[in-house]
Design a protein. Structure first.
Lengths: 232, 446
């Protein structure tokens, strides 16, 4: 569905991503794992159009979407849940969700109900300012907000960042649920154990290059991965 | 859904309040003496509230800190003036330049200022064109400048406003702008008073007209803020990166907000020219922008009703309520009741004010410096009062020309130091009525 070809990205002369090639098949959960500074976030930000690539192509269902502006990419069906949640703190939960659907002009009622069904907590708090939510609730809101654009692919940048283990588990259950309902998920995580457990395919990114790939299960039992990322 | 119901009730309350206010103005205007200072406050307040709300749209709702408001007002004022000087008096107004380069006048095109159609259509069209010219310039300047953020954007727009002021006083543009002279003889608010056949005014509408225009413009801005565009503006204010990731086109929306804000500043400028009876470049200084900024801050950044309320308070204080401070206050004897009353009121205000401020600090943030500052100021003022009592002076010391501005500045400093949220914070006055209902809505949602 999504094809990344020889992607290279630099920030002011320093190459953060040095030729990454991978594929995201439809209706699967794909995860990129890697240490800090491996280029995971940059890869996602480039796919979302927030950063322009220096080299390489990105194709969505055969269509070249390299270098399009972020709003065009969202309307093509790729939405990013940014790192650190980044909800709009002074707006209400409902307003946050509506902004997620900003580019759509059709009726939102069905999607609002869908998001509220996935996250009943958000419905209870729909009048509350998003800044007053707990960390886990904010992450739910960030995911719900992205879902409001009806994405084909939802990309999540470190959804477990700074959350308690029990909350993280809840978030990962939701990711599986979203995927079951037909949304392709591209996930990057430092919590490699959790991510590989739910992933269909995993890629290991090291200093801007993909060094390993395989199904989630394969990578979980791979000795090198175990040593570097799973700590066992 | 409860959301739509709540929004509708809020909108209805707002509209009803605006309509009631406008009707009250018509009644007041036709019962009080037209020379009352109240009408100066209402007219200037109308102009300033519109400009303040337009600035709030940009600074408070989109989070773009721009200081170009006076420049856009200038553009609106000059466009209005150039297009409305009656053809018959153009040679007289532009006598230094041998007549105007603009050979027509909008009201004259529709039958002249003496006919209702010519007046209303001509003036309103000129006001709108003033807004459009301001918006056009905003677009041009926005192309390079909107790439900048916060302080840098403020400096760039401030510079732009100063350049405009210089250009409009340039002698070479005299046939259009009348150089450094003002453009006079333009239709003003007084033209909207309806006169009978004997030349006497039958119905005063001179304060109603600017208030009506300002109200309509503010309603448009409120509708914009409550639309999906308004939500996008607020999203940009809160988090640019997240807004961009959600598919909001940043350059386009920033430009939109900037142009709309400038449009209404231009309309405000045209109204200001009507208020001042002339268009004169040297009036639109950065001081004017700061005045507006002050109003926005005092009213509460991100609150439309706060901006409106603060405008009228500010204008009333500067033009009316604090005027008495500029005159010398002289008493006839030390035991004159007026003098004693002055002493008592002054002491009560100082002691009460200091008491309230200190209590507020102790209950709330508890800032040491704020408490000490309050003590110092209160003791100084009381010392000054003590000196006045002990010497048995009949003149209140210090009062005289310019003292008003000193007191005014001190009041503003107190507001900014102790009430940083402004009068309204980011709430609207309709929220006051809806507080009960909102709570019910919340329960219902569960």
């Amino acid at each position: 569905m999504l094809k990344i070809d020889e992607l290279k990205v630099s920030y002011g002369g320093i190459e953060a991503v040095k030729g990454v090639t991978f594929e995201v098949p439809e209706r699967k959960i794909i995860t990129l794992i890697g240490a800090n500074g491996a280029g995971k976030s940059t890869t996602l930000r480039t796919i979302a159009g927030l950063v322009k690539p220096a080299h390489g192509r990105i194709h969505l269902q055969g269509e070249d979407i390299t270098g399009l502006s972020p709003d065009r990419i969202v309307s093509k069906g790729i939405t990013l849940v940014p790192e650190g949640r980044r909800v709009f703190p002074d707006l209400t939960v409902l307003e946050n969700l509506k902004i997620g659907a900003y580019l759509r002009k059709d009726d939102l009622t069905d999607d609002l109900n869908w998001v509220y069904e996935l996250f009943p907590r958000l419905k209870e708090r729909s009048w509350q300012a998003a800044g007053t939510l707990s960390g886990g609730e904010q992450q739910m809101l960030a995911v719900g907000r992205a879902l409001m654009s009806r994405p084909k692919i939802i990309m999540m940048d470190e959804p477990s960042l700074g959350l308690a283990p029990i909350v993280v588990k809840g978030i990962f259950d939701i990711i599986k649920e979203i995927n079951k309902q037909g949304v392709t998920v591209l996930l990057i995580e430092q919590n490699a154990n959790m991510a590989l457990k739910i992933a269909d395919i995993g890629y290991v990114l090291e200093t801007g290059r993909i060094t390993l790939s395989g199904t989630g299960r394969e990578l979980l039992s791979n000795e090198a991965v175990k040593k570097a990322y799973l700590g066992t | 859904m409860t959301l739509q119901k709540k929004d509708k009730t809020g909108a209805l309350i707002g509209l009803a309040a605006a309509a009631a206010f406008l009707i009250l103005v018509i009644v007041l205007e036709n019962t009080l003496a037209p020379t009352s200072q109240l009408f100066v406050v209402l007219k200037k307040g109308a102009v300033y509230s519109l400009v303040a709300v337009s600035m709030n749209l940009l600074n408070g709702f989109t989070g773009l800190f721009s200081l170009g408001q006076a420049g856009f007002m200038l553009l609106g004022a000059y466009t209005y003036a150039i297009l409305t000087v009656p053809v018959a008096v153009k040679d007289q107004v532009y006598y230094l330049f041998g007549g105007s380069a603009v050979k027509f006048s909008l009201p004259d095109l529709f039958g002249g200022l003496d006919t209702p159609v010519g007046l209303i259509l001509g003036v309103i069209l000129a006001i709108l064109l003033g807004g459009c010219v301001a918006a056009l310039f905003a677009w041009l300047i926005g192309l390079p400048v909107l790439r900048l953020k916060s302080d840098y954007l403020a400096i760039a727009t401030l510079g732009f406003a100063e350049i405009l002021r210089a250009i409009f006083q340039w002698q070479a543009l005299g046939p259009v702008t009348n150089g450094a002279n003002m453009i006079t003889q333009i239709p003003t608010f007084n033209n909207f008073n309806i006169t009978g056949p004997d030349g006497k005014v039958v119905l005063y509408l001179s304060a109603f007209f600017p208030l009506l225009i300002a109200t309509l413009c503010i309603i448009v801005i409120v509708m914009l803020i409550n639309s999906s565009y308004g939500r996008a503006f607020k999203a940009i204010r809160e988090d640019e990166i997240a807004a961009e990731a959600m598919g909001i086109n940043l350059p386009r929306h920033k430009m939109l907000s900037f142009c709309i804000s400038s449009f209404f500043a231009g309309v405000g400028g045209a109204l200001f020219a009507m208020f001042a009876n002339n268009a004169q470049a040297k009036v639109y200084t950065s001081t004017m922008t700061y005045e507006i900024l002050l109003i926005v801050v005092i009213g509460g950044i991100g609150s439309i009703s706060g901006s409106c309320l603060a405008t009228f308070l500010y204008v009333a204080c500067s033009e009316w309520w604090l005027r008495f401070l500029d005159n010398k206050m002289v008493f006839t004897s030390t035991m004159q009741p007026k003098r004693i009353a002055f002493i008592v009121i002054f002491a009560v205000v100082v002691i009460g004010g200091a008491f309230l401020l200190i209590r507020r600090e102790r209950k709330g943030p508890g800032r040491m410096w704020a408490e000490i500052l309050t003590w110092i100021v209160a003791l100084l003022l009381l010392g000054w009062l003590g000196y006045f009592i002990v010497t048995g002076s009949l003149n209140v010391p210090l009062m005289g020309t310019g003292f008003r501005m000193v007191v005014f500045s001190v009041v503003i400093m107190i507001v900014v130091l102790f009430f940083r949220q402004g009068i309204m914070g980011d709430k609207e006055f309709t929220d006051l009525f809806l507080r009960g209902k909102k709570a019910i809505g919340k329960e219902g949602a569960k």
